[in-house]
Design a binder for this molecule. Structure first.
Ligand SMILES: *[C@@H]1O[C@H](CO)[C@@H](O)[C@H](O)[C@H]1NC(C)=O
Ligand SMILES: *[C@@H]1O[C@H](CO)[C@@H](O)[C@H](O)[C@H]1NC(C)=O
Length: 390
């Protein structure tokens, strides 16, 4: 055999396996044809073995794939102008207002705390206990429809006894759902927020009263609201930077929650909303505890009911055993990648949320009733089995 044959053998193993069987016919086959046959085999393998796997993998992880490239297709929002927040128990309100560059008022503003309620009974209690000393009127609206158009009972109404401590300061309203099939959940949400505006007027809100706009699970700290009601010249619309927690106060995620806001009410102008409404934000103003539920059934309900319910791509996501496992590992209920705008932050946040062992600077009522709210405190990720129903 010639040297030429040997060198081609080294560089073309597949061809040799397929074609170099030593028959006379194979020997006469042109080299090009031989290479093509090798290519056919590889294509064949790819199509019939790898493609189904690839399609299956894209089906399972396609969303992750697009999310991973978020930094390329979505630019980060304009950064907020963050106002430094000064606070210590032992510093007078006069000094605190001055430190923020504001003047102190003769009398504090009246404060209205308005929420759309779904089923978060425990967090509502913690919230109202935290804010109670400073709130003039608690305004709560609930619908018998979730944002995704599923029927739900009037949970607050049937648990009103639990909230008797706010009775004299409560304006409560219900609204019937529209139950439009297949509609974008944000439409039902907007509809409910408009109704909440009406309820606020019924509650007697007036010019320059302080209005807190936030979800039930976004809890401003009491001292933040006290500061804002006592100081003059605060911005007319101020977002609150809250600490993000997941499942309980055991999993501290980051400090990037910004949707909650406080408004100096302006009749005819102020509209209840949950999106960005200004560029200023007050640092370290409270807590945002997402999916902080006592019972697994409440996780299932929320996963189906909330505005991003399209994230439940597979029914096994709703399996109670899986949910319990996810809670104790600090991983994602929807198996999603972190929603970040830079690769550095996204990669930094991949994997489970590390446990925190701190229960310092949490809403005071959590510690007053630590035994009852055990599941929200560090070291208690296992949810008790359900004994009551909503
Ligand atoms: C709090 O303030 C008072 C009066 O200004 C002072 O006597 C006291 O030592 C302060 N306590 C702390 C813990 O700083
Ligand atoms: C929802 O509430 C409205 C008003 O209270 C009522 O008319 C309607 O029948 C309720 N729908 C469901 C499905 O409960």
């Amino acid at each position: 055999m010639s040297d030429g044959y040997y060198s081609s053998k080294k560089t073309d193993d597949i061809c040799d396996d397929v074609c170099g069987q030593g028959s006379k016919a194979a020997a006469t086959m042109s080299r090009l044809k031989c290479v093509l046959r090798g290519f056919d085999l590889r294509t064949y393998l790819l199509l019939f073995l790898l493609m189904p796997f690839a399609i299956f993998a894209i089906y399972l992880h396609g969303q992750k794939f697009t999310y991973f490239f978020r930094p390329l297709w979505e630019s980060p929002p304009k950064p907020f102008q963050t106002i430094p927040h000064y606070y210590n128990d032992n510093v007078t309100m006069q000094s605190l207002c001055t430190l923020h560059g504001w003047k102190i008022r003769e009398t504090p503003r009246r404060v209205f705390d308005a929420v759309l309620f779904s089923n978060e009974k425990d967090l509502l209690t913690v919230r109202w206990k935290e804010l109670y000393p400073y709130v003039t009127q608690f305004v709560l609206l609930e619908s018998n429809s979730t944002f995704t158009g599923l029927p739900k009972p009037f949970v607050f109404k049937s648990n009103k006894d639990r909230f008797s401590f706010v009775e004299p300061r409560l304006t409560y309203g219900t609204i019937g759902g529209r139950f439009k099939k297949g509609e974008n959940p944000f439409v039902e949400e907007a509809y409910q927020r408009v109704a909440l505006d009406k309820l606020l007027r019924i509650a007697g809100i007036e010019e320059d009263d302080l209005l807190i706009m936030s979800d039930v699970d976004e809890i401003p700290s009491a001292h933040t609201i006290d500061l804002l009601r006592w100081c003059d010249d605060i911005p007319p619309v101020l977002h609150l930077q809250l600490k993000n927690y997941l499942y309980s106060f055991e999993y501290y995620v980051d400090s990037k929650s910004w949707r909650a806001s406080v408004h100096r009410y302006s009749p005819g102008k102020t509209r209840y909303a949950h999106f960005r409404q200004s560029d200023v934000m007050l640092s370290d103003s409270g807590w945002h505890c997402s999916f902080c539920f006592r019972y697994i059934s409440e996780f299932v309900f929320k996963m189906k009911a909330y505005s991003h319910s399209d994230r439940v791509r597979f029914s096994h996501y709703l399996n109670p055993k899986r949910i319990q496992d996810v809670i104790c590992r600090g991983t994602n209920l929807f198996d999603m990648l972190p929603e970040e705008h830079t690769f550095r932050e996204m990669i930094g946040k991949m994997g489970p949320v590390p446990r925190s062992y701190s229960a310092v600077h949490l809403p005071s009522y959590l510690l007053d009733k630590a035994e009852y709210y055990k599941y929200l405190l560090p070291g208690n990720c296992v949810r008790e089995s359900q004994t009551e129903f909503i």
